[in-house]
Every structure is written in structure tokens, then in C-alpha cells.
Design a protein around this ligand. Structure first.
Ligand code: COA
Length: 335
């Protein structure tokens, strides 16, 4: 559904960003000792050199809370000012309550309405868009959106096809409505395709296939992926979503100061930016440090781009993501 600047009743602006990465680093050399793989294979096929792994006692909400506190600090927003918390995650603390509710408790954000979004790697941009609509209607004023994942608990560490790709982490942003703001969301695109659920999923553990000792042995509660199919869909969906958002904003790729894409695979990112005509120096990449952190990836990258000065006030920033579902989304922000 089109979501043009004309839809906005107010300006929706990102006031602050934050991220948190667990301390433990798992390098490609470490993985060489766990499965039949090599640093050379992982680096050349994905660009990933290392990823972070959360501690056993560290839940997704703990990662999300730490990222949120940093975003609140930059935005200079207190916990009680937040009236909406949306956490995008596919690795929630529990089936219910939502991870957003655990984060609310950790922060003492007692005035917030809280819920999770399940849109896999597109989750943070889905959350941003849902928050934008809440703020736009005047229903809420200050939103905390979070992408947080502890994917290490749903990875089959004996499957070299998948275990080299994923990592843990969290990113967050404080989003607020303003009557007028130079820094604002300009345009967004969202899409889904439920015909492709089989190419990337965790098949077991839900109501369709409750986990039993037998299917746990077969690792049905871990990530299952048809890598080449996912690659193809990811490139097409992110290219199209980027072009549609630019069109809705009345901009072209030449106007984009920085594209911050989902951080899954350096070759996917290259394929998209080549097709868009955006050079490497205007593309933000940090996947070599963290691997694919699903819903957290764009949020962490946005925070690093913000804090490092890679994006500056007035820059046109294109965020674009793709994930299981299939789901995809893009957002254009004037920073
Ligand atoms: N180390 C060494 N060899 C590996 C390996 C690993 N970690 N993982 C797979 N291989 C092998 C395969 O077994 C296969 O061997 P074979 O030819 O003897 O059967 C060979 O490498 C090539 O596998 P293939 O799947 O064709 O490689 P690829 O070039 O497509 O790269 C991915 C695999 C997973 C890196 C790539 O498909 C990809 O990134 N897909 C998208 C994944 C993704 O982004 N998922 C999340 C989206 S949100």
C-alpha cells in the first residue's frame, strides 16, 4: 500500500539510536574447529569474519534493554516518556509474554503499550513503520523500537550451511512525532510473500510441529534454509523495495548519501547496490563483525552509522531489509 509523504499528518523523527553486542566473539577460525569449513570459504561467500554470541544467562530482552538505554540516552528521553515499545524479534525470551513487555519492565517504562513484531530480518523496519503510523495518528507520541535477537539458541551448530551465518545482538531507536522537523521519515515500503515460507524457517517448536525428543534430535527447532533461493529473492526484493521507496519520495539513487542494507551477505549487498548504481563508499557494511543478526542488523548498522558520523544531518539515508516470510521493507529518512 502506498505510503507517501502526503500520508503524514506530522513529522516522524528518529531522536536517538543505540546498540548492544554481547562480549563473546566467535571467529571463522573458531568455526573451523566445529564444522568442516574454512575462513576462506566463509569470507569469500559471505564477507563474515566473526559474530557475537550472548552469554547463557543473557536473554533477547537483556540485549534489547541495553540497546534501548543507549538510544534513550542519545535522545535524552526518560523511561516514563515512552508510550509505545515495539520489539522486532524471531528469538523472543518466551512465546508469551512479549519480549517488549520484559524490556518495559527492565526500563520501568510504565506508560508504554508493548508488543512484538515477527517479520524476521525485516522486523526493525516493520517496527519503524508501525510506530510511524501510531505517531502519525496522534495516538502515541514517543516510541521505542528495538530489533533484538539471540539467534545462537536456534542455530544448528553442526550444520555448516547455516551456522556460519548468524549472530546475536540488538539495536534500538527512539522515534517521536513533531509538528515540524528537518530530520524525518520521508517514505516507506513494506511487502510480504507467504508463498515462500519453506525456504527459510525454524520448522519445529510451534503449534504446527510441537517439539518432541525425537524431532529435537533431528534439530527441527533450528534454522532451516535453502541458501541459493533466499539469495535470489533477497536481491530482487531489496532492489525493488529501494526503487519503490525512492520513487515515492521523488528521489533517485543519486540523492542517497548512505544506504544501510540488511547485513546478511556482502554479495547480496553488492548485487543490490550495483543494480541501484550506489557505490561502495555510500553503502554501510558491518556484517564482517557481527554476521546476520536478523531483526537487529539494520538497527545496529543505523546506530553505528549515526555514532561514527557516516551519516550526517541533512543526508538522505535509505534503509532496506529482507527476511523470512518472505518479508521486505525500505525506508527513506532525511537525517
Ligand atoms: N563451509 C564450506 N563449504 C560449505 C559451507 C561452509 N560453511 N556451507 C556450504 N558449503 C558447501 C556446500 O555444501 C556446497 O558444496 P557442494 O557443492 O559439494 O554441494 C558448496 O559449499 C556450495 O554451496 P552453495 O549453497 O551453492 O553456496 P552459495 O555460493 O550459494 O553460498 C550461502 C551459500 C548460504 C552463503 C548463500 O547461498 C547465501 O548467502 N544465501 C542467502 C542466505 C541468507 O542471507 N539468509 C538470510 C536471509 S535474511
Amino acid at each position: 500500500m502506498p505510503d507517501t509523504p502526503k500520508d503524514d499528518l506530522c513529522h516522524v523523527t528518529i531522536l536517538g539510536t543505540g546498540s548492544y553486542l554481547p562480549e563473546k566473539v566467535l571467529t571463522n577460525a573458531d568455526l573451523e574447529k566445529m564444522v568442516e569449513t574454512s575462513d576462506d570459504w566463509i569470507t569469500s561467500r559471505t564477507g563474515i569474519k566473526e559474530r557475537r554470541i550472548a552469554a547463557p544467562g543473557e536473554a533477547t530482552s537483556d540485549l534489547g534493554t541495553k540497546a534501548a538505554l543507549k538510544a534513550m540516552e542519545e535522545a535524552d528521553i526518560g523511561a516514563e516518556e515512552i508510550d509505545l515499545i515495539i520489539c522486532a524479534t524471531i528469538s523472543p525470551d518466551t512465546f508469551f509474554p512479549s519480549t517488549a513487555c520484559y524490556i518495559q519492565k527492565n526500563l520501568g517504562a510504565k506508560n508504554a503499550v508493548c508488543f512484538d513484531i515477527s517479520a524476521a530480518c525485516a522486523g526493525f523496519l516493520y517496527a519503524l513503520q508501525v510506530a510511524r503510523h501510531f505517531l502519525n495518528t496522534g495516538n502515541r507520541k514517543t516510541a521505542l523500537i528495538i530489533g533484538a535477537e539471540k539467534l545462537s539458541v536456534m542455530v544448528n551448530w553442526e550444520d555448516r550451511n547455516t551456522c556460519v551465518l548468524f549472530g546475536d545482538g540488538a539495536g534500538a531507536a527512539i522515534v517521536q512525532s513533531r509538528e515540524k522537523s528537518d530530520r524525518k521519515i520521508i517514505a516507506s515500503v513494506m511487502g510480504s510473500d507467504g508463498n515462500q515460507t519453506a525456504i527459510l524457517s525454524v520448522p519445529g517448536g510451534g503449534s504446527a510441529c510441537p517439539i518432541t525428543p525425537a524431532n529435537a534430535n533431528e534439530k527441527l527447532n533450528t534454522i532451516s534454509m535453502q541458501g541459493r533461493e533466499v539469495f535470489k529473492h533477497a536481491v530482487n526484493a531489496m532492489r525493488d523495495a529501494s526503487m519503490q521507496a525512492l520513487e515515492r519520495a521523488g528521489l533517485t539513487a543519486a540523492d542517497v548519501a548512505m544506504v544501510i542494507p540488511h547485513q546478511a551477505n556482502a554479495r547480496i549487498i553488492e548485487a543490490i547496490t550495483d543494480r541501484l548504481g550506489i557505490p561502495a563508499e555510500r553503502t554501510f557494511v558491518n556484517l564482517h563483525k557481527y554476521g546476520n543478526t536478523s531483526a537487529a542488523a539494520v538497527a545496529i548498522a543505523l546506530d553505528e552509522a549515526n555514532k561514527s558520523g557516516a551519516i550526517k544531518p541533512g543526508d538522505i539515508v535509505l534503509l532496506v531489509a529482507f527476511g523470512a516470510g518472505l518479508t521486505w521493507a525500505s525506508t527513506i529518512i532525511r537525517w
